[in-house]
Design a protein around this ligand. Sequence first.
Ligand code: ADP
Ligand code: MG
Length: 263
Amino acid sequence: RRRAPRAAREPAAAALSPPVPAPILDVRALRKSFGPLEVLKGIDLSVRPQELVFLVGPSGSGKSTLLRCCNRLEEPDSGSIRLEGVELMDRACDLNAARRRIGMVFQGFNLYPHMTALGNVTLALRKVLGKSRREAEEIGRAALDRVGLADKAACHPGELSGGQQQRVAIARAVSLEPTLMLFDEPTSALDPELVGSVLAVMRSLREAGMTMVVVSHEMRFAREAADRVVFMEGGAIVEEGPPAAMFTEAQHPRTRAFLQEIG
Ligand code: ADP
Ligand code: MG
């Protein structure tokens, strides 16, 4: 497992520090309403370093809103969001700096159609991080290589399959070296035969130690790759646990019913 080598590398630090590492993301009592509709009813969610949290629940339960609140793309009404200990709800918080630390991948790939795959990946590196063209292209090519698309750098999105486009979107997010990646139904728009290539890339990110929150209905991926499954319904977290336990012995009847139905 991934945590073993790190402890071995840093025996002194491991002995001194508390047994549970500080969370990368720590959401507390997060609330959000759209008009009269209460969409997040006090969410508590903590994500540890290198953890893959799989977030699942019926349509409309608030999963996308929760992810979008994590970098305040959606403005929460109240609560606390700490990213590596920094409170994002503080008025003085440098929100742009915080957002640069969070990579997001959506169902739609949101690539610029008139730019090549490499151009799409390097754009943020140049505009957001201020990299030179040369440096951005070096990083961008490495990122495309990481998602298995080194040979597609010069292709436009229209020349790529949906799965390849989503991998470009992942490369774009990864190239900024985020501390946390949020995936919102990354494979839902894909033809079934293209889903595997995207999940494979997500698995390799996990192997590399990326901290991830994944909203998805790919239950096999959850069983194989998730550290923790969180079941959300009606704007609240109903139950959470390791995938093996959640799939076989979920305590809450609604969790059981949902996981059985789609798993
Ligand atoms: P999920 O991702 O779990 O399907 P969402 O977070 O997208 O759920 O939506 C939760 C609820 O909030 C839904 O009832 C949805 O219609 C509502 N909602 C989401 N975004 C908005 C918005 N911008 N304005 C009004 N209602 C919204
Ligand atoms: Mg959603």
